[in-house]
Design a protein around this ligand. Structure first.
Ligand SMILES: *Cc1c(COP(=O)(O)O)cnc(C)c1O
Length: 399
């Protein structure tokens, strides 16, 4: 395999197209797909050298493989960090990130509003192993400080913007509390995407993604990614990953490598469409509340301006008239799909209370602001006038 020179000093668009590429002796212009689980060696001595670390090469598909290597290198270049591990899903990424560094007696701090499965891991699974947790409201800086300074805190997990209420957490402020204590700050950057927010540059230690969302961007695969320093990946994460097997399938890694090539173009359109839709919903008579980080009406607009390049690709809003209006509106949409997923070229509307956050129960839902009127819109890349018309017509259908 021939390795192309990595474009370290070049623009992000160039890195996304060329970074990490490996080319075989055939000179293929699109990166090849290798559907193999293992590798053979010319000699016994060569195998021995690989395993004692005296030679470099691929050993076994659970932890080293050309398609994983190409994707991980391109991903790390995009994020501006040293190393990456890609996993079978976003949840596998979070679970590996936590379990590789936690033990009985440790304490984890997390934001109060989380993707429901992230909440389940932290509040239901970790306690079974004697790992305690504290959940903190996004803007309660005193609360963050107190919880993080608890003696046995090992890591902090923050989702910003949060799913689905788009609350923001000031990444730099939390990083400043964590750093002197040696506490690791993990950011779930799914809602911002790597092109809108750079948590590592703001002081976070680890950033994770569900590549299922905007990174695949076309609704085809499940996947996850963990990005951090070479030291964390090699010494803490990799020993856990190579022995427990949450790695991404080689086929999905190949497919996502191609997704990264167009990511900046897609994200630009997702975000400009989201901004335009948010502007027509803001102050619309059928809308009782609009939440979008790209508009001054967002209660934490100042944080958005500091850490996000724009408002991002997701909008949340509440309709007057509760669940009945929300369902009437959804059912009247002709272009926008009804789904619980997000981050697709196709625009998607979600009613979190009855789907993604149904399992956490009504009390927990209301506490974090997920009422029956709340809708989440993942802006796609369709023609913006078609989307606006679809939304305005559906709003008229509410009785
Ligand atoms: C979807 C999602 C996840 C989980 O990712 P999967 O790929 O579905 O496992 C985690 N965090 C956030 C914010 C998400 O939107």
């Amino acid at each position: 395999m021939k390795k192309k020179q990595n474009p370290e000093s070049l623009g992000i668009e160039t890195k996304l197209v060329h970074g990490g590429s490996l080319q075989s002796q055939f000179g293929e212009t699109s990166e090849a797909l290798f559907l193999n689980s293992s590798f053979s060696y010319e000699t016994a001595e060569e195998g021995e050298k690989l395993f004692i670390g005296e030679a470099e090469g691929f050993k076994y598909g659970r932890y080293s493989h050309p398609n994983l290597a190409m994707l991980e290198e391109r991903f790390a270049l995009m994020e501006g960090t040293e190393a990456c591990v890609v996993t079978a899903s976003g949840m596998a990424a979070l679970f590996a990130t936590l379990m590789c560094q936690l033990k009985t007696g440790d304490h984890v701090v997390a934001s109060g509003t989380l993707f429901s499965s992230c909440q389940y891991i932290i509040t239901q699974i970790l306690p079974r192993f004697g790992i305690s947790f504290t959940l903190v409201e996004a803007d309660d800086m005193e609360g963050w400080k107190r919880a993080i300074e608890t003696r046995n805190t090992v890591c902090v997990f923050v989702e910003t913007p949060a799913n689905p209420t788009l609350e923001l957490v000031d990444i730099k402020a939390i990083a400043n509390i964590c750093k002197p204590l040696g506490v690791k700050l993990i950011i779930d950057n799914v809602f911002a995407t790597p092109l809108v927010q750079s948590p590592l540059a703001l002081g976070a230690d680890i950033v994770m993604y569900s590549t299922t969302k905007h990174i695949d961007g076309q609704g085809r695969t499940l996947g996850g990614a963990i990005l951090s320093s070479r030291k964390f990946i090699d010494e803490t994460l990799m020993p856990f990953v190579r022995h427990t097997g949450p790695h991404m399938s080689h086929f999905n890694a190949w497919l996502l490598l191609k997704s990264l090539e167009t990511l900046h173009l897609r994200i630009e359109r997702h975000c400009s469409n989201a901004q335009a839709i948010a502007e027509i919903l803001d102050n619309h008579p059928a809308v009782s509340r609009l939440i979008y980080p790209g508009l001054k009406s967002h209660p934490q607009y100042e944080i958005a301006k500091k850490q996000m390049k724009n408002g991002g690709p997701i909008i949340a809003f509440e309709l007057k008239g509760g669940k009945k209006s929300a369902f009437q509106f959804m059912n009247a949409l002709k272009i926008i799909d009804i789904s619980n997923n997000l981050g697709n070229t196709k625009s998607i509307i979600t009613h979190p209370a009855s789907t993604t956050h149904a399992s956490i129960g009504e009390d927990a839902r209301l506490r974090i602001g997920i009422n029956d009127s709340l809708l989440r819109l993942s802006a796609g890349i369709e023609n913006i006038d078609d989307l606006k018309n679809d939304i305005l017509n559906a709003l008229k259908a509410i009785s």
